[in-house]
Design a protein around this ligand. Structure first.
Ligand SMILES: Cc1ncc(COP(=O)(O)O)c(C=O)c1O
Length: 350
């Protein structure tokens, strides 16, 4: 179990991983645990688009990125699981808000390869979706600690790390907040190449813009770097769904640059020009009062997406992201341009 390469075999036989497909030479550099199913499907959201005056609103559905639980965590976790297993970790620590998809997905997929998850969770506005995620995390994590405020999470993580290092005899792997970092963003570099191939196969036109939610920034950073490397002309547009101090253009650009650096160091790409803050457009204005607040616009979009397209979204991330996308498209006067909404929330209901 400690050799991640052994876990590669069954799924690698089915389909190449999008990043390794684009850069076969990086295989030895980044151990991967394959949990994703690619390519994720694309489809035209004709009814939802028409309801908001758009002729070509497309969906890239990463909600179907992995079974039994999809969403953007799958592409990131393949790299994080690989790194943890390469280090021989048997436990990891994940800190986030009560209804975190990252913590749940880490607990679920970690358990599949023998990694136990210690969850550190802080409060957020409680919706039915948050309640459901919290219950699911409690079911799959080895331990759950609820702390009163996010500022305490480094302290709680440090304490947990120390306690497990002493009692279990080996230190746990500490997951980055939201699972985001240069390594895990490589999953979304691969995703951009996957989209490029779908465009080349004629499954959809090249989008004028690609819209995605921005929380801990890893998804957008990977897409930004990947879109450039894959030669996509689409503008990657992020919608901030957490406070600006966390979801902002400077953090996205920095993570995208670190991602490029990793690929340069692996010999996959020649030296690249750096992204500047102005390359990363992260729209403010759709967050509401704070992280997790179900804004009226997000609630409306979640309802419309369910009713018109049978697309399950939620109000913390994807409802706000799609709300921002539709509003921005209207402001830009984009009526008939192809626009792509990248769904980052699980679509499986089991
Ligand atoms: C459903 C969903 N979408 C989007 C995001 C934001 O992605 P990122 O943290 O990579 O910015 C998250 C993060 O937790 C998420 O759970």
């Amino acid at each position: 179990m400690s050799n991640p390469a052994s876990l590669l075999q069954p799924v690698a036989a089915l389909a190449p991983h999008p990043l390794l497909d684009a850069f076969p030479a990086v295989a030895g550099h980044f151990p991967l645990v394959r949990i994703g199913e690619y390519p994720t499907p694309v489809r035209l959201l004709s009814r939802l688009g028409a309801a908001y005056g758009l002729d070509q609103l497309w969906l890239k559905n990463d909600g179907l990125s992995g079974r039994p639980y999809g969403g953007n965590k799958v592409r990131k976790l393949e790299f994080l699981l690989g790194a943890a297993m390469a280090r021989g970790a048997r436990e990891w620590i994940a800190a986030a808000a009560l209804g975190s998809h990252h913590v749940f997905a880490s607990a679920l997929y970690g358990a599949k390869v023998g990694i136990r998850t210690h969850a550190i969770l802080f409060p957020q506005p409680v919706t039915d979706h948050v309640r459901m995620m919290f219950a699911a995390t409690r079911q799959h994590a080895a331990s759950v600690m609820v702390i009163p405020h996010p500022v305490l999470s480094p302290l709680a993580s440090g304490w947990k790390w120390f306690a497990r290092a002493i009692t279990a005899g080996r230190p746990p792997f500490v997951l980055p907040m939201g699972g985001s970092g240069s390594l895990s963003s490589l999953g979304y570099v691969g995703a951009a190449f996957e989209l490029k191939r779908q465009i080349e196969r004629g499954e959809l036109p090249e989008p004028r813009a690609i819209f995605t939610a921005v929380g801990s920034c890893g998804t957008m950073a990977g897409l930004l770097a990947g879109a450039r490397l894959a030669g996509l002309n689409s503008r990657v547009v992020g919608i901030g769904v957490v406070e600006r101090i966390i979801a902002n253009p400077a953090r996205v650009a920095a993570q995208a640059n670190q991602c490029l650096r990793l690929l340069e160091q692996a010999g996959a790409i020649p030296r690249q020009p750096l992204f500047h803050v102005s390359d990363a457009l992260v729209l403010p204005g759709y967050l509401g009062v704070r992280y997790g607040d179900p804004t009226p616009l997000a609630m409306e979009i979640v309802e419309q997406a369910r009713k018109l397209e049978d697309l399950p979204l939620e109000t913390t991330y994807t409802g706000k992201a799609l709300a921002g996308a539709l509003d921005y498209a209207r402001q830009q006067g984009w009526r008939s341009e192809p626009l792509l909404f990248w769904n980052t929330c699980n679509s499986y209901t089991e």
